[in-house]
Design a binder for this molecule. Structure first.
Ligand code: BG6
Length: 510
């Protein structure tokens, strides 16, 4: 276990949803598992008028998200954990003098012997990130002459390529790039990290991991939920910004990247940037319109229950054309991947929650078992990111009896079969890494910008292009019925489950 230095975590936006839902439960697990350093305190900061006691109640003692996951033994630990929480009210604005905040930080630093190591977690709307960074640096809270200082920022990292660049420049004005940690919780998932291990700790996959053996690659990220209470945010964002630009392109970069020369943060991140830069950017309207599908869920009935359409959700414009489904076909312009199509889709209100990568291998060059139907069915490697985390390999076996009839068989590995140890949740793992100064699983500025370079033209076309169609699909089906048209040849999307609604609800919304 790596050593974690004593430190103070300052959470901006501490009265918000993320703190109670993700950050505090993650910290509690780290506390339980004895990963937190001896001297560790949290200072919540926001504009709500709360005392330390109120804050402790809100995020620990009366936090439903924490309680839901806690066992009876955990209850005994909650009081001691809550006592590590403090709160500072910033008043009306985040953009204000941090003189009092500095004083509070300094008092906690002395009292708890923190050694001047401060981590600032920005869980506020991104438009005030830069102001917060400036106000911290005005009080020398970025200065590392005594203890280290780190800044963690939540997504979205910008709204477009231009705003992402501005944000990077804005933050780098006050903090060095090496102090900035851009969190993408998909990189905290064990199975996403396992992609690196599958590829680079085995000798059987990498020789096949290229255009000579792979026919195409498919990545699906499906959620069964709709936009829930986040309609207001989502309507201005859409699936491309919310999931594709960050989480899915992170997965893509791990699939596409070349072997790094070592497992260090910069070595891995350099290869990821190279991978993202090799995605062929679609510039003209014709290519984008042929290679993308934009969809939105419409209302339907599932098991006799009416399910709302996207436009009926709270906070959503009743005439919205924001996408809740995005499917993109693209190519990677490098030696390894030339001419291999990649198909990536993400959507809300699908039949089930599932994220998986499917590597479709080419069929054998010379098919000798013609009657078996295998010539059109190559091997598949399915990497299940969530749920049922694991890896499934599909291959042909002989059916017992006369002749050479070939059937598909599965070699299936489930993570759950080997985990006796506690598997950290994404936020736990990422927070602990940042506490220890390991940025491997955090996105670097150039990585984020490379992802935006690819996404920007698609967004522009979808938002401003002529004759852009938004296709309707019933909540509970695998997207618009024309989504298979995106896939070359006779292949279709691998839909892991049945449609929940009988009526596909296919329509052109706009
Ligand atoms: C978030 C998106 O980043 O990821 C949400 O903003 C989405 O819209 C969520 O629901 C999905 O995360 P997970 O870990 O549940 O797949």
């Amino acid at each position: 276990m790596n050593k974690t230095a004593n430190q103070l975590l300052v959470i901006f936006g501490a009265s918000g949803d993320l703190t109670a839902r993700k950050l505090i439960p993650a910290l509690f697990n780290l506390y339980k598992e004895k990963h937190l350093p001896e001297n560790f305190v949290v200072l919540g900061v926001s504009r709500s008028d709360l005392t330390d006691v109120d804050f402790r109640k809100r995020v620990v003692l009366e936090n439903e998200h924490l309680k839901k996951k806690s066992t009876v033994e955990d209850y005994g630990l909650l009081d001691a954990f809550a006592n590590k929480m403090f709160y500072e009210d910033l008043g009306m604005e985040y953009d204000t003098s941090y003189e009092l905040l500095k004083k509070r930080i300094s008092d906690l630093n002395t009292k708890y012997d923190i050694g001047g190591n401060y981590m600032f977690y920005l869980s506020t709307p991104p438009k005030i990130y830069e102001a917060i960074a400036k106000n911290l640096s005005d009080q020398d809270l970025h200065d590392e002459s005594e203890g280290w200082k780190k800044l963690i920022v939540e997504k979205p990292f910008g709204y477009s390529l231009e705003t992402a660049k501005n944000l990077n420049v804005g933050l780098q004005r006050y903090f060095k790039e090496s102090q900035i940690y851009r969190i993408d919780h998909y990189l905290g998932k064990e199975t996403v990290q396992n992609l690196l291990v599958t590829r680079f700790a085995n000798s059987i996959f990498e020789p096949l991991w290229n255009r000579n053996y792979i026919h195409h690659i498919e990545i699906t990220n499906a959620e069964s939920d709709g936009v829930e209470k986040r309609g207001g945010y989502y309507d201005k964002s859409g699936a491309l910004r919310d999931m594709f630009q960050n989480h899915l392109l992170q997965i893509v970069s791990l699939v596409v990247m070349e072997p790094p020369i070592g497992a260090g943060a910069e070595e891995i991140r350099n290869e990821k940037v190279k991978a993202l830069k090799s995605l062929r950017i679609m510039k003209d309207a014709d290519t984008i319109s042929k290679h993308t599908i934009k969809g939105q869920y419409v209302s339907t009935t599932i098991d006799g229950q009416k399910v709302k359409g996207y436009r009926e959700e709270d906070g959503v414009d009743p005439e919205s054309t924001t996408e809740t489904y995005a499917a993109i076909k693209f190519f990677v312009d490098n030696w390894r991947w030339k001419d291999v199509p990649f198909y990536v889709r993400t959507a809300k209100r699908m039949p089930r929650k599932v994220t998986e990568i499917v590597i479709h291998f080419k069929s054998p060059h010379h098919a000798i078992f013609m009657d078996a139907g295998t010539s059109t069915r190559g091997n598949k490697l399915i990497i299940r990111i969530q749920p049922d985390e694991g890896i499934l390999m599909k291959f042909g076996v002989k059916v017992p009896g006369q002749g050479f009839k070939v059937e598909r068989a599965n070699l299936d590995f489930y993570y759950s079969s080997l985990t006796e140890t506690h598997v950290m949740e994404a936020y736990e793992r990422l927070l602990l890494d940042a506490m220890q100064g390991d940025a491997t699983l955090y996105a670097r500025a150039d990585e984020v910008e490379a992802a935006w370079e690819f996404v920007d033209p698609i967004l522009n076309y979808w938002e401003k292009g002529e004759n852009v169609n938004t296709y309707g699909y019933s909540a509970g089906v695998w997207g618009p019925t024309n989504s298979d048209d995106l896939i070359e040849g006779t292949s279709t999307w691998r839909n892991p489950g049945k449609n929940l609604a009988d009526d596909p609800g296919f329509c052109v919304i706009s």
